[in-house]
Design a binder for this molecule. Structure first.
Ligand SMILES: Cc1cc2nc3c(=O)[nH]c(=O)nc-3n(C[C@H](O)[C@H](O)[C@H](O)COP(=O)(O)OP(=O)(O)OC[C@H]3O[C@@H](n4cnc5c(N)ncnc54)[C@H](O)[C@@H]3O)c2cc1C
Ligand code: SF4
Length: 567
């Protein structure tokens, strides 16, 4: 594995430190780095998170300092939560972005998503996208899940009883799995890239994907796209936060290139400011990260021509998290892969069976008795009443539910998503509690905090299993939903009046500048988004000419030429 980039940098100098600087190393950033390096460009990836290996990953979620990313508090893990008035966003922060903490579910959305939102009609999506999904699936090693744990069997049984048995499916996952029925834990030479990739170990079904895979079975980006990019000379700068990007030599549209300023993102004292020059920039800092950076750069005058549509159409995939806890169950519900199976309880409502590994019980601190009802005080009163009634009837059983230890072994989480439209807006303002600097804030219509059909299904599952259905405490107390799938904010559109990038991810108003991450997604996908983010980045990179042929004229004609060459 090549060394990290923070040491001395012997740079080939052709007037620019790099051809492209990629900001962020998640799905969009890794694809960009690999494909650009493959085309002969000199690429640097700036990543604010740390590099993780099976050796330094936490064993359970109680290792808060190696799980959470709040570096100002000394927490330098790979998982972050950001709290807004309308939504709590869960996201990853590491070399490999969200892939270190994600559950590896790789689903293609239904065709209808290309007909809604500001990207509708911009390209023949239905005919074009399959080949980019195929390319992404190939590198990410997507396969049908072969390991069904007790939580998956429970979902299957419940779906059958609820009349939705025919919709039960095994998820597609980015995991190196042994053939069905064979035990995992075997280490083999690179099974994916003809010997060019690293050795890998087959999945043992520990359910720990969201805590980072300590077995080398999860196909994280540092084991595929980023690994191959580094082999082609890409430099990765971990623990490096980009704080400024501005056009060079006062050429406002970036034709003369850009300067990128970074600081160290970890540690309390040394900020280690650095400056890099490059011809092109790819923003891949995730939906929140890219909005954060672009709002800051637009306001401070570094990139003033970014579209005013920045922050519009932020989507949360209409999600709700529920859980069923079965105290003293004989089966270990944490066995399997993090998200092994799914069902559709109606045309719009998709439910997946999710789990944490045994011992990772901290999420249990956020769950409580299932409570429906109207948001606000009515729901809080109903919740208090439910807890009081449960305490009166079954005091020990109820107390046991609130005891976090053993939670992961005894619980199946139901991740409910709806492919219905509805969006939020993010803006840049001074929070009332910290008026000294501006930051992202949400506004607009509240996204529903619970999906009634999903609550009803959770109630049924609890009856079938003898368990207790549970809701997330923040949803009840603050009427704020949580999502791991924050999308949009720099959406694709036909012009800067409607979006931030064009249908090839090119930023309106600038040359050789792209956004390749979840922020460009212009519709509610209704399925986990990483495969779509990866496929769209593959598509965006397919338009770029090889380094030996480029004239750095970021025009439609040049891109058409590149596409024709690829065909
Ligand atoms: C617990 C959890 C489980 C999930 N499970 C799934 C799943 O099963 N399937 C699925 O499809 N999706 C899943 N997701 C969502 C998925 O992780 C994201 O949708 C995906 O990672 C987004 O990709 P991205 O390219 O937009 O950015 P990310 O992968 O989020 O990467 C962005 C990177 O940019 C870095 N960055 C941000 N700002 C800066 C800056 N200023 N300078 C330098 N670096 C910066 C960040 O540290 C981060 O590493 C899950 C998410 C979570 C939190
Ligand atoms: S289930 Fe365990 S071994 Fe398999 S990919 Fe997830 S973390 Fe790795």
């Amino acid at each position: 594995m090549p060394a990290d980039g923070n040491a001395g940098i012997p740079l080939q100098n052709q007037g620019f430190d790099f051809d492209f600087v990629v900001v962020g190393s998640g799905f969009g950033g890794s694809v960009s780095a690999y494909r650009l390096a493959e085309k002969g460009y000199r690429v640097a990836v700036m990543e604010m998170g740390r590099r993780w290996t099976p050796e330094n990953l936490p064993h359970t979620s109680w290792s808060i300092h190696r799980w959470f990313w709040w570096p100002k508090l000394g927490l330098e893990g790979f998982f972050n939560m950001r709290f807004f008035r309308h939504v709590t966003v869960l996201h990853g922060c590491a070399v490999g972005g969200g892939s270190i903490t994600y559950a590896t579910t790789m689903l293609r959305p239904p065709d209808k998503v290309w007909q809604t939102g500001s990207w509708a009609g911009l390209a023949p999506w239905k005919t074009e996208m399959p080949r980019y999904y195929d390319a992404a699936s190939h590198i990410l090693g997507v396969t049908e899940n072969k390991i069904l744990g007790p939580a998956d069997q429970l979902l299957k049984r419940s779906a059958e009883e609820a009349g939705a048995g025919n919709t039960f499916y095994r998820t597609s996952v980015a995991i190196f799995q042994a053939p069905e029925g064979e035990s995992g834990g075997n280490t083999l030479p690179d099974p994916f890239f003809g010997g060019e990739g690293p050795a890998r170990t087959t999945c043992v079904g520990c359910g720990g994907c969201m805590m980072g895979c300590r077995y080398g079975a999860k196909n994280t980006l540092d084991l595929n796209y980023l690994y191959l990019a580094e082999k082609r000379g890409t430099r990765i700068f971990p623990e490096t936060r980009v704080v400024d990007v501005k056009p060079l030599n006062g050429v406002a549209d970036g034709t003369a290139g850009y300067e990128v300023h970074t600081v160290r993102s970890t540690g309390w004292f040394k900020s280690e400011p650095r400056r890099f020059t490059c011809r092109g920039v790819v923003f891949s800092a995730s939906s929140l990260g890219t909005m954060d950076l672009l709002f800051h750069l637009k306001e401070k005058g570094s990139l003033p021509h970014i579209s005013n549509r920045l922050g519009k159409h932020v989507r949360t995939n209409s999600e709700s998290l529920l859980a069923i806890r079965i105290p003293r169950t004989q089966e270990d519900l944490s066995n399997g892969v993090a998200i092994g199976t799914g069902i559709y309880i109606d045309e719009h409502t998709h439910i997946e069976a999710v789990r944490y590994p045994s011992g990772s019980d901290t999420m249990g601190l956020l769950t409580t008795l299932l409570t429906g009802g109207a948001p606000g005080w009515t729901r809080i009163s109903l919740w208090l009443k439910n807890v009081a009634v449960a305490m009166l009837h079954h005091p020990f059983q109820t107390l046991r539910l609130f005891y976090p230890f053993g939670w992961a072994r005894e619980t199946v989480i139901l991740l409910c998503m709806q492919a219905v439209d509805g969006d939020l807006e993010m803006c840049w303002q001074r929070p009332w509690f910290w008026p000294f600097r501006k930051s992202l804030a949400s506004r607009g219509q509240k996204v529903p905090t619970y999906i009634p059909q999903a609550n009803e299904f959770a109630g049924k599952v609890s009856q079938i299993t003898g368990g207790t259905a549970m809701s997330m405490i923040p949803e009840i107390l603050f009427d704020i939903p949580s999502t791991a799938h924050c999308l949009g904010g720099c959406v694709m559109a036909g012009s800067s009046e409607h979006g931030v990038v064009d249908d090839r991810n090119r930023v309106f108003g600038y040359k050789n500048m792209y956004v390749c991450d979840g922020s460009v997604i212009a519709a509610n996908l209704g399925v986990n988004p990483s495969l779509t983010i990866t496929a769209l980045a593959e598509r965006a990179m397919s338009f770029i000419l090889p380094a030996s042929e480029t004239s750095w004229n970021d025009s439609t004609e040049e891109r058409m030429h590149a596409r024709a060459a690829i065909r």
